[in-house]
Design a protein around this ligand. Structure first.
Ligand code: MN
Ligand code: MN
Length: 355
């Protein structure tokens, strides 16, 4: 029997062909399942000082918080799922908009707010601080929730940074989220829009809701909305007039006074047959293509002050379809803003630099 060569003398790499000059790739260009799961494999830049120094145009923020839900939990896992729900990497190109967004804009992932479980007040405080710190650098925050209660601190932070200007809000949701309280809790996910308006962060007359439907408790909510000048568009109106006409009205209403818009997308505005991973599903909703088109049209035609995408609950999702829709909503906003930059319009909030 022949003696096997002593392993010290064997060049395994050469013998096995592992010393070939393979090309190596940057993390950004590797497949999405390799490396750190930042949004679209963009740079992880959690510090405000660095955001300011590089003049980042857009910053993704995670708000992994769901202690304020009224029904199904799980949205605390939303930011990570939304970051992961994509298979393209590197410098991608939008067919719908004809733009490579990451060649045009500096888009980064600014990390998550400093959240611990079971403490609503603390979570909202840290979401407010994180969004305010990012927005104050001039970068446009895109916040991944989290339950919808996070819109109260997030939109408040953006409104504050925009002073003395003001923001309007276009709110996509099956629900108005304007209840006074959820079983006595003022900061539940059914109440953030009332808190935003009551506190003076946003005027009721510049608050526009799109996609409301379903079965709710009786009329007190709508009485309050009417008394405070909110505008809303039921799903029924979209069925009758078409989404484009309704979105045109929503843009005009949100901008009737303010100079920029904050977009808040509760993923349950999409039909739960298509986006089941959410806390309070309401059958009869929009198609993803209608929401994506609406986002393109809004971001392409008005100044975007900030955005959130909320209520994605991965435990109720399957095949990542809800997380993918949310990922694409963020990406569609980014691409529309990139197209706008190419056309010569500003994207960053330059007012932040003068503060
Ligand atoms: Mn909802
Ligand atoms: Mn909501």
């Amino acid at each position: 029997m022949a003696e096997r060569p002593h392993q010290d003398l064997v060049d395994f790499a050469s013998n096995n062909g592992w010393d070939r000059a393979y090309e190596q790739y940057d993390d950004f260009d590797l497949p999405t399942y390799v490396g750190l799961p930042t949004f679209m494999k963009l740079p992880w830049v959690p510090g405000a000082a660095e955001l300011r120094a590089r003049k980042a145009d857009i910053a993704i923020i995670g708000a992994p918080f769901d202690d304020a839900v009224s029904h199904r939990p799980g949205a605390r896992f939303g930011p990570r799922a939304i970051r992961e729900a994509q298979y393209t990497s590197g410098s991608i190109n939008s067919l719908q908009l004809g733009v490579e967004p990451f060649e045009v804009l500096d888009v980064v992932d600014a990390g998550d707010a400093n959240i611990v479980p079971a403490w609503i007040d603390r979570a909202h405080a840290f979401i407010y601080r994180k969004v305010r710190d990012v927005a104050a650098t001039g970068a446009i925050p895109i916040v991944l929730g989290g339950d919808h209660s996070i819109t109260w601190p997030s939109a408040t932070a953006v409104a504050e940074v925009r002073r003395p200007g003001s923001i309007g809000i276009v709110h996509f949701d099956a629900h108005a989220d304007t209840a006074n309280e959820d079983w006595g809790v003022l900061a539940g996910h059914g109440t953030p829009m009332r808190r935003l308006i009551e506190s003076g962060a946003v005027k009721g007359s510049n608050f526009v809701q799109v996609g409301l439907r379903g079965y709710w408790p009786p009329v007190e909510t709508f009485e309050w909305m009417r008394a405070n000048g909110l505008r809303w568009h039921l799903m029924r109106e979209i069925e009758e007039r078409g989404a484009d006409a309704v979105i045109d009205d929503a843009i005009a209403e949100a901008l009737d006074g303010p100079d920029a818009v904050y977009i808040s997308v509760d993923i349950d505005v999409i039909d739960p047959g298509i986006a089941p991973g959410t806390g309070t599903p309401e059958p009869g909703g929009l198609l993803p293509r209608e929401v994506l088109r609406a986002i393109r049209r809004i971001a392409g035609s008005v100044e975007v002050a900030g955005m959130d995408i909320v209520e994605v609950s991965p435990p109720y999702d399957h095949a990542e379809v809800t997380a993918m829709a949310a990922n694409r909503i963020a990406l569609e906003c980014i691409s529309a803003l990139a197209k706008k930059r190419l056309d010569g319009h500003p994207v960053r909030f330059e007012g932040a630099d003068r503060r």
